[in-house]
Write a protein that binds this ligand. Sequence first.
Ligand code: PRP
Ligand code: URA
Length: 209
Amino acid sequence: MDNVKIMDHPLIQHKISMLRDKNTGTNEFRTLVEEIATLMGFEALRDLPLEDVEIETPIETCMTPMIAGKKLAVVPILRAGLGMVEGITNLVPTAKIGHIGLYRDPETHEPHEYYCKLPDPIDQRTILVVDPMLATGGSASEALGFIKQHGGKKIKFMCIIAAPEGLERLKKDHPDVQIYVGHLDRELNSDAYICPGLGDAGDRIFGTK
Ligand code: PRP
Ligand code: URA
């Protein structure tokens, strides 16, 4: 079974096109990243566990399904992944949030870890790792490795734009992780930027350069 789901919803595609536009400013960019995370989260969380609870309707008492408590952890890869967190907690306000800090060396494109703090215990939770960009796949692969070392078992990865190179790497390194991709782009350029992509997601979310 393929562990990759590429989104085809027109609302997601429309909003990704707006993100790509170099004239989209920081404020709108942030809003779009959050909205796309919510729309993708709807799909990525379709197997969240439910439990039947007793509810009294105006007519009668019934047993009816609700999301089982304390089951989700959202883990953004810093910095850019932070932009997607609220999009998910809008859907599941009880989710715990972990953080993994990684940056890509501009010369070697290798990821370097500078921070890792995860909800404890993590092993019983569905863990949704979020990062808008999957380029070489180095950062995501490393992040998923850390989470597994900390005991994470049921892990999903969600990105807005992926390059074929990064997607292949992630599938190979972590065949057990379900991957959700907003749009699969053409290729990486010689600086390991995604083409056509949207530029540097962190800089566009935080207004840095
Ligand atoms: C970007 C992006 C990913 C990574 C993807 O982060 O948000 O984490 O690059 O590239 P890769 O697949 O080749 O590893 P960056 O390192 O620029 O850090 P930032 O989020 O702090 O800007
Ligand atoms: N990181 C980004 O933010 N954009 C890319 O195109 C590649 C890595």
